[in-house]
Design a protein around this ligand. Structure first.
Ligand code: DAH
Length: 341
């Protein structure tokens, strides 16, 4: 009769095990039937002392056999449930491999800074260091020390942003020449790239903020030939070995003599096109021999030292290099434009 109870428990346990569909249900099942304290089999074992002595041993053995059988069945069912659960999860997490990939879009350097870095690299190869100066300047560094007369039109409020309470936004990187020479004695060989500001009306070729790269070399026995050689080497490396350059007489307050440097148009090769306004030449910037009074202003002896300086537009160079027809395109941050490069 007690054996019948044990058999009944086994049948029930196996039936329920077959219906357990998750790990949680399996755990509950195991506690219910195989639990050490209150599992049904344990409870049956606890009745042994109430049995007739002769029945005790076979009863205990049969309970243990049932326990082993249930444990074995539990192992099999657990494996089934695990693989069912895995199959379910794979189904739910299924990836639609036909969807278009999201992809990543690497950014890139802005055209103006790319042009700037190329120019710096070329001057580094020619032996120049890089110097920097503040964009917020004073009249001494931006004008007076550069030999610019008090009544020079470039000092006019129409050509310079003056700040309330004094100071101005530098109109040219030439101010860095002064700052550098105030703290360094020759030999000096630097380029100074940076932002400059002028209250220009915005047009395809003018923007109130633009970039220049300044050059300054001061040493004993520096001649105009050194200036021409240096800038010609720069132009050849930037625009091609056979590119012609020319120097036209010009005027700047801080150089004497002064010149403008032009390169043969890289688009038409000198025959004339829209980019070079049909002149065959593209203006690169100003240059000249440092005026002796500028050297005196910063405490460098002009009897012993001479030097040359130059200033070129970086935005203009980028526009020529990458054929950008309108300077405003550089700063509108329109991705359709920027992605082209
Ligand atoms: N600072 C001048 C400008 O903004 C450019 C320039 C001309 C710089 C001649 C120089 C130079 O160093 O020697 O127009």
């Amino acid at each position: 009769m007690t054996l019948t109870i044990a058999d009944e428990i086994r049948e029930r346990a196996l039936a329920e095990l077959a219906g357990a569909g998750s790990r949680a249900e399996l755990d509950e099942w195991a506690i219910r039937y195989l639990g050490r304290e209150r599992g049904e089999l344990s409870r049956l074992l606890k009745t042994i002392p109430t049995l007739a002595p002769a029945e005790r041993k076979p009863f205990g053995e049969s309970i243990n056999a049932i326990k082993k059988a249930l444990e074995a069945a539990q192992g099999v069912r657990a494996a089934e449930v695990r693989s069912q659960e895995l199959g379910q999860r794979l189904l739910e997490d299924r990836v639609d491999v036909t969807l278009p990939a999201r992809g990543t879009e690497p950014g890139h350097e802005h055209l103006v800074y790319r042009a700037r870095d190329e120019m710096i690299e070329t001057f580094r190869l020619l032996g120049f260091d890089v110097a920097e100066g503040p964009e917020l300047e004073d009249e001494w560094h931006n004008f007076s020390a550069l030999n610019t007369p008090e009544d020079h039109p470039s000092r006019d409020a129409q050509d310079t942003f003056y700040l309330q309470g004094g100071g101005l936004l530098r109109t040219q990187t030439s101010s860095v020449q002064i700052r550098y020479m105030e703290h360094h004695q020759p030999p000096i060989r630097i380029v100074a790239p940076g932002r400059v500001y002028r209250p220009d009306t915005i047009t395809p070729r003018h923007y109130p903020l633009f970039h220049q790269i300044e050059g300054l070399l001061v040493d004993e026995n520096v001649t105009f030939g050194d200036l021409k050689g240096t800038l010609s080497a720069f132009a050849r490396r930037t625009f091609g070995q056979s590119r012609k350059v020319r120097f036209r007489p010009s005027f700047f307050p801080f150089t004497e003599p002064s010149a403008e440097m032009d390169v043969e148009c890289i688009f038409c090769g000198g025959s004339g096109c829209r980019v070079c306004s049909h002149s065959g030449w593209i203006e690169m910037g100003g240059c000249g021999m440092v005026d002796p009074s500028v050297l005196t202003n910063v405490g460098i002896d002009p009897e012993r030292y001479t030097g040359f300086a130059f200033g070129m537009g970086i935005d203009r160079t980028a526009m020529i290099r990458y054929q950008v027809p309108d300077i405003r395109l550089l700063w509108e941050n329109d991705l359709r434009f920027l992605r082209q490069f």
